[in-house]
Design a protein around this ligand. Structure first.
Ligand SMILES: Cc1cc2nc3c(=O)[nH]c(=O)nc-3n(C[C@H](O)[C@H](O)[C@H](O)COP(=O)(O)O)c2cc1C
Length: 174
């Protein structure tokens, strides 16, 4: 069942206008809430943006991003924020990015389970978008996703075969 989700999920960049039911939105957010995190600190917060003017304003800051139109078109936009002081920094690695990766992927998969599409959006200028959503200086805006009913199911983008990415016992050993 979970494997089917992994196989069938796609990044959706075309959406229907149809609104997302509150209980489905709630299930998606709940999936994010249940994600594991560094020391269970749950550094995240989610901004649910339905206001078309705000979605349009964010979209205008996503010039040349393949998901630009989707952000204005989908009935819901979720902004995923992190408070880095509530996560780990160890050995040169910032774990708030990992925490956000997990929580958003939980939401992405539950959305698909509910028949809804999403698209990770990570390529943006944070400083331009934060003021639109009233995000404080010490909070990072890590990712965005549109959320809504898919209007188009894209082809499989493909993945590297296991033979290319799995080593045994030592790095580089096939
Ligand atoms: C961290 C991250 C950032 C991404 N940023 C963007 C983005 O800014 N714009 C976009 O259109 N897609 C973005 N994507 C979606 C990827 O392009 C997509 O997942 C990949 O091409 C594989 O396609 P699939 O999700 O349909 O399998 C991002 C994905 C990840 C995981």
């Amino acid at each position: 069942m979970v494997m089917r989700l992994f196989e069938e999920r796609r990044s959706i960049r075309k959406y229907e206008e149809r609104p997302v039911e509150e209980e489905k939105l709630r299930a998606v957010l709940e999936a994010g809430r249940l994600a594991p995190s560094w020391a269970n600190l749950q550094c995240w917060s989610f901004i649910v943006v339905k206001d078309p003017a705000a979605r349009q304003a964010v979209s205008e800051k996503l010039e040349k991003n393949p998901a630009q139109k989707a952000v204005a078109q989908a009935p819901v936009l979720i902004a995923v924020c992190a408070d880095p002081s509530k996560s780990g920094h160890h050995d040169g690695m910032d774990y708030y990015l990992v925490d956000i990766g997990i929580t958003l992927e939980h939401m992405v998969l539950e959305a698909w389970n509910q028949g809804l599409g999403t698209c990770w959006v990570g390529l943006f200028n944070e400083a331009e978008i934060k003021p639109i959503l009233g995000i404080p200086d010490d909070i990072r805006l890590v990712a965005l996703t549109p959320l809504g009913y898919p209007a188009k199911y894209p082809d499989d983008r493909g993945r590297k075969p296991l033979e290319e990415i799995v080593f045994y016992e030592r790095y580089g050993q096939l």
